[in-house]
Structures are given as C-alpha cells and as structure tokens.
Design a protein around this ligand. Structure first.
Ligand code: HEC
Length: 131
C-alpha cells in the first residue's frame, strides 16, 4: 500500500513538473517573478503531498491545520519533522512528545521524495496563506 502511495505521489510530482506554466512571470504585480513562481511551486507540492491531511485555513482534517505553523515551530524544526519525524524524535524533545501524544500511526516520511528546498517552498506557500 505504501508503495502505491509513493508511486502515485511521484507521478503527481512529475505530472506537475511537466505541466508547469512558464508564462506568468510578470503578471503578479508587487511580487518578483521568482517569488510568484516559488509560491506556485510550493502550492503544487503542498496540494500533491500534504492537502489530503492538512488544511491551511484552521480546520482540522486528518492532521492539524498548518495555519501559522511557523509561529509554533522554527523552520529548521519543521523541515526535520516533515522529513522524518521518527528519526528526529530521537534527538528532539518536542518532536518526541508530539509523537507520543498522537494517536495516529506515523507521520508520512518525506525524506526520500522532498528536498529541504522543496519543503521550504511548501512552508513559504503555507506562510503566504496564513497572513
Ligand atoms: C496521511 C496524512 C498526512 C499527510 C499526507 C501529511 N501529514 Fe503532516 N501530520 C499528519 C498528522 C496526523 C499529524 C499529527 C500527528 C503527528 O505529528 O504525527 C501531522 C503533523 C504535522 C506537523 C506538526 C503540526 C503541529 O501542529 O505541530 C507538520 C508541520 C506537518 N504534519 C506537516 C506536513 C507537511 C508539510 C506535509 C506534506 C509535505 C504533511 N504533513 C503530510 C498527517 C499527515
């Protein structure tokens, strides 16, 4: 089952990578082209990897809302947690506690499919939606 999820996630990422429109650089006033491109990429990564379980509008889905998540945790903490919460909880008390309190099995482990940079883009997108 996990393999199917991994495969379909990868397919989604590939699909999005090939359908990315390149023509919107200057259409967002007040933003540099790079910023809006990064937010778009962050949005796509969020939609294909996280939105099944997380909202950004304060409602709870399978997981807690990620609204204003960067007010709760530092970015480095978040990246480590998202990559591999089980490994991280061995060296971080907060992560350890969070896992103990959770009735959920294990958090999806993104270490193998998302780079630090891609997770940062997701967090940047979440932040832009939390303002
Ligand atoms: C299959 C469901 C599922 C998916 C997919 C998922 N999460 Fe989660 N997430 C959870 C659950 C359940 C929790 C709460 C329990 C825990 O931390 O294990 C959680 C917790 C978190 C937390 C800690 C929240 C807090 O309030 O401290 C962060 C941050 C997070 N997830 C980010 C992400 C990101 C980013 C993605 C996508 C890359 C993602 N999650 C994908 C289910 C999911």
């Amino acid at each position: 089952m996990k393999n199917i999820f991994v495969l379909s996630t990868l397919c989604c990422i590939l699909l999005f990578a090939f359908t990315e429109p390149n023509s919107n650089f200057s259409s967002h006033k007040g933003n540099t082209g790079n910023d809006s491109l990064e937010l778009k990429r962050g949005e796509k990564l969020f939609t294909s990897n996280c939105s099944l379980c997380h909202s950004i509008n304060n409602s709870k889905l399978i997981g807690p809302t990620l609204f204003e998540i960067e007010k709760k945790h530092e970015r480095v903490w978040l990246i480590n947690y998202i990559k591999n919460d089980e490994k991280f909880s061995k060296i971080d008390k907060t992560a350890h506690k969070k896992r103990e309190q959770s009735s959920f099995v294990d958090h999806q482990n993104f270490e193998e499919f998302l780079s630090d940079n891609e997770i940062s883009l997701i967090l940047k997108y979440i932040k832009s939606k939390s303002e």
